[in-house]
Design a protein around this ligand. Structure first.
Ligand code: ATP
Length: 225
């Protein structure tokens, strides 16, 4: 639980904090689910919004339509009330820039700390995103360590030196602007690997929830590249 807070008229108020995990989720897997839970517990987040993107901007377009990727997310998190499937990008025709997504959360929740979760692989590219410094004003970044990912980019290392914090209680002092490196369960699972396994006719069991595997099997997803 959080210890620090903001002091208003003699009463300590903790900021509300939510997590946001954007991704292609093509498909969602335990590398997303377990690590999000680790962050939620470590930071005491009220809930985590899973936000499937519609139009990828920094990578190839996902092969599976957004609605179907979203329904796999919905299926995967259905039994866990702390996780929310958030379809705000699905109804937008603009490119799925994280900046727009965070602006939309900020309009809806003006006083909440927004913790934007991302894996180390995604963070390595952060300075090439659309308006990264505006993103960092709107939200804190929580970087989830991922197997075999190191930071080598010097401008990004400078940003980390300026903005990184050791302790989540410091998130309470502002609604955004800090970077926290969070240890999470190290799961070398990726959607790319899952799609390859389908093409090779190999089993997906224990890499992602059974109910999602059933959808992939029934709809014959990922069988052709
Ligand atoms: P792909 O292999 O298709 O690139 P992915 O498995 O990386 O997909 P995304 O939907 O692109 O999944 O990821 C969404 C977010 O979750 C990204 O910030 C990514 O870094 C993070 N993430 C994905 N898998 C893991 C994992 N195993 N451990 C930690 N973070 C992860």
């Amino acid at each position: 639980m959080l210890l620090a807070g903001i002091h208003l008229s003699g009463v300590i108020h903790h900021r509300r904090m939510i997590g946001i995990l954007g991704g292609t989720f093509d498909p969602i897997h335990y590398g997303h689910l377990r690590t999000a839970l680790d962050v939620q517990e470590a930071l005491g987040l009220e809930r985590i919004h899973f936000v499937p993107l519609k139009h990828a901007v920094h990578r190839d377009q996902p092969g599976v339509p957004a609605e179907l990727r979203a329904s796999m997310v919905q299926t995967a998190i259905a039994r866990y009330p702390g996780f929310v499937m958030d379809d705000r990008e699905l109804h937008s025709d603009r490119p799925s820039y994280s900046l727009y997504t965070l602006q939309s959360f900020r309009r809806q929740m003006p006083h909440t700390s927004l913790c934007f979760l991302l894996g180390m692989d995604a963070f390595r590219d952060f300075l090439n995103w659309h308006e990264p410094m505006e993103i960092l004003e709107l939200a804190h970044l929580v970087v989830m360590r991922r197997p075999a990912e190191e930071l080598q980019n010097a401008p990004l290392q400078r940003l980390v030196a300026e903005r990184s914090i050791e302790d989540v209680t410091q998130f309470d002092q502002s609604q955004g602007g800090s970077i926290l490196f969070q240890s999470v369960t190290q799961l070398a699972i990726s959607a790319t690997d899952i799609r390859q396994r389908v093409q090779q006719g190999r089993s997906l069991r224990y890499l992602l929830p059974d109910a999602v595997i059933t959808i992939i099997d029934q709809l014959k997803l990922y069988q052709s590249s």
